[in-house]
Design a protein around this ligand. Structure first.
Ligand code: ADP
Ligand code: MG
Length: 559
């Protein structure tokens, strides 16, 4: 039979899988089980929304069978199955998220990162298997098909026999070598513990034939071994479990299993609300910025379940843009299953949930800032820019929430400080919250414009991101204190005598300044005697609302 080659990207990924030195190979089982569960979800969802399909819960399960003699591990499900086209499209081409990964060649070199980062799904089977055979029959189809591949050289698809709708995946487990053992993946105890660890909350039974030692009937003290089909997972979704029963590791595993991120979450929130609106949610604040976070490709959203059934894998309406980094899921009994994306957006329940979630995230971030400063700073490093964009793009009341979460580098403290900390330290005679804009903290330390302010003993906030000053302009004030750039015309601290002195100097040197102005032409509006310099001969100041740094940003923006 002729082999169809994999698409280039799939090929590279497969290659990585096969030669992976990834220590966490066991996750292949999590991936295959989660695909099986997704496939059953699809039938279940169809049945709930289509009266012609009958869903008997007992008929839906996942089965894992290890055959040591033949070195095969079989994962079968009674899910929706795949047509020939689907086999071709789903297993021949790597999932969409995968195509992104090859953007950054350097990141792609180390298989470890990739596997962790994207949870490569189906292909992870090749970490433990030489040959993968998928036999599947789609719902509503008479023919079954078999897909087979032994890795990079491609795959074959042929017609096959299969009685029931669903999918069966047979892995020919690799032979152990001197430094690597794969035998584990054929051991009952090992498989059970992997299933327990990663797939316990799967809603459908994951069954295995388990060896039981039993007293032999009719004989004293003798035991016999019997194979008994058992359900390995508890089937209670993690979000329905009691918080007290769950460990940090459980939450981390759920995060990994769901591919919410490639890092370990910095913080999780487990929310159960039972009031005007009822819902359960598990939310995560990631530790690191996803590589595509500040690009158009990044899609915000939470998984949305209606009473345990997944209805949308990324519901954007549940999160405000400034919290777009939050990952996780929401399950509510109050949402209808038969709901379209457009209607959902206007759904009152959903809006209530979204508002509630927003408040929960805000209070968690505030708590983090108060009680776990270091963690908060890690968070802020990853997502602070997003919060500042949030302030900048907001015309409503959100800035009231966000302003307390902002941090900037302080000239005096030499570390990140909040606006509240700044204001609470202000001496009585200080009128404004001062800031300086530039490319780095080191450069700002040397900026002539900061001299006078620093000499007065005032603290200066250093802005090194483009968005900083724009965000501050939106805020205008914090606790009734105005923000003022150190390069603004009026710093509010020049003493009276120096003012007079400056005026005198200006008249004395009028012809010199006129000459300078003429030479500089359009480049400046005026040449004046400065009252703010100590060690530097000249500096530039801005006139009006838009500072020099903002002008640079505005000019750099595409029209
Ligand atoms: P993902 O699950 O993220 O979509 P995978 O690589 O795990 O990516 O799977 C690719 C696709 O193959 C799935 O989206 C699904 O359409 C299909 N698939 C995989 N396993 C099964 C299965 N057991 N039953 C039905 N379809 C499956
Ligand atoms: Mg998958």
């Amino acid at each position: 039979m002729e082999k169809t080659p994999f698409k280039a990207e799939s090929k590279r990924l497969l290659d990585m899988m096969i030669h992976s030195i990834y220590s966490n190979r066991e996750i292949f089982l999590r991936e295959l089980i989660s695909n099986a569960s997704d496939a059953i979800d699809k039938i279940y969802y169809k049945a709930l929304t289509d009266p012609n399909i009958n869903f008997e819960k007992d008929n839906y399960y996942i089965k894992v069978i290890a055959d040591k003699e033949n070195r095969t591990l079989t994962i079968s499900d009674t899910g929706i199955g795949m047509t020939r086209e689907e086999l071709e499209n789903n297993l021949g081409v790597i999932a969409q998220s995968g195509s992104l990964m090859f953007k950054n060649e350097n990141e792609a070199k180390d298989g470890h990162d990739i596997i962790g980062q994207f949870g490569v799904g189906f292909y992870s089977a090749f970490m433990v298997a030489d040959v993968v055979t998928v036999t599947t029959k789609a719902l509503g189809s008479d023919t079954a098909f078999r897909w087979q591949s032994s890795g990079v050289d491609g795959y074959t698809i042929e017609a096959a026999e299969k009685a029931e709708v669903g999918t069966e995946i047979v892995l020919k487990i690799k032979e152990s070598t001197e430094d690597e053992t794969y035998d584990d993946y054929l051991e009952e105890y090992r498989l059970r513990s992997i299933i327990k660890k990663y797939s316990d909350f799967i809603r459908y039974p994951i069954k295995m034939d388990v060896t039981e030692h039993r007293p032999k009937e009719g004989s004293e003290g003798e035991f016999e071994e019997v194979l008994e089909e058992q359900t390995i997972n508890s089937m209670v979704p993690i979000w329905r479990k009691n918080k007290n029963e769950l460990t940090d590791e459980d939450y981390e595993n759920f995060y990994m299993e769901k591919h919410y991120g490639f890092d370990k979450p910095l913080k999780h929130l487990h929310i159960s609300v039972d009031g005007a609106v009822r819902y359960n949610a598990i939310l995560y604040i990631p530790e690191k910025t996803p590589f595509d976070y500040y690009t158009k490709e990044y899609e915000k959203g939470l998984e949305l379940y209606s009473n345990g059934v997944l209805i949308m894998s990324k519901s954007p309406d549940l999160l405000p843009d400034y919290y777009s980094f939050v990952k996780g899921m929401v399950d509510s009994e109050d949402l209808s299953l038969n709901i379209s994306r457009e209607i959902l957006q206007q759904d009152k329940q959903l809006q209530l949930i979204a508002k509630n979630i927003k408040n929960k995230i805000t209070s968690e971030l505030k708590r983090l800032l108060k009680d776990e400063r270091e963690k908060y700073e890690t968070f802020y490093k990853a997502f602070g820019t997003q919060l500042k964009y949030g302030v900048y793009s907001d015309y409503g009341s959100n800035k009231d929430v966000l302003q307390d979460l902002l941090m900037f580098y302080s000239s005096k403290e030499k570390k990140m400080v909040t606006l509240d900390e700044y204001v609470s330290r202000m001496p009585e005679d200080q009128k404004y919250i001062y800031y300086a804009t530039g490319q780095s903290y080191e450069r700002l330390d040397k900026l002539p414009q900061t001299e006078l302010v620093s000499d007065k003993g005032y603290e200066i906030l250093y802005f090194i991101e483009d968005v900083d000053e724009f965000a501050i302009k939106m805020l205008m004030t914090y606790k009734e204190k105005e923000f003022r750039s150190v390069s603004s015309g009026d710093l509010g601290i020049e003493a009276d005598e120096s003012q007079k002195q400056a005026e005198e100097e200006a008249t004395e040197n009028k012809s010199l300044f006129d000459e300078m102005k003429q030479i500089l032409g359009d480049k400046v509006k005026d040449v004046r005697v400065s009252k703010r310099l100590k060690h530097h001969p000249v500096c530039l100041t801005a006139d009006g609302e838009v500072t020099i740094e903002m002008e640079k940003v505005l000019r750099a923006m595409p029209n």
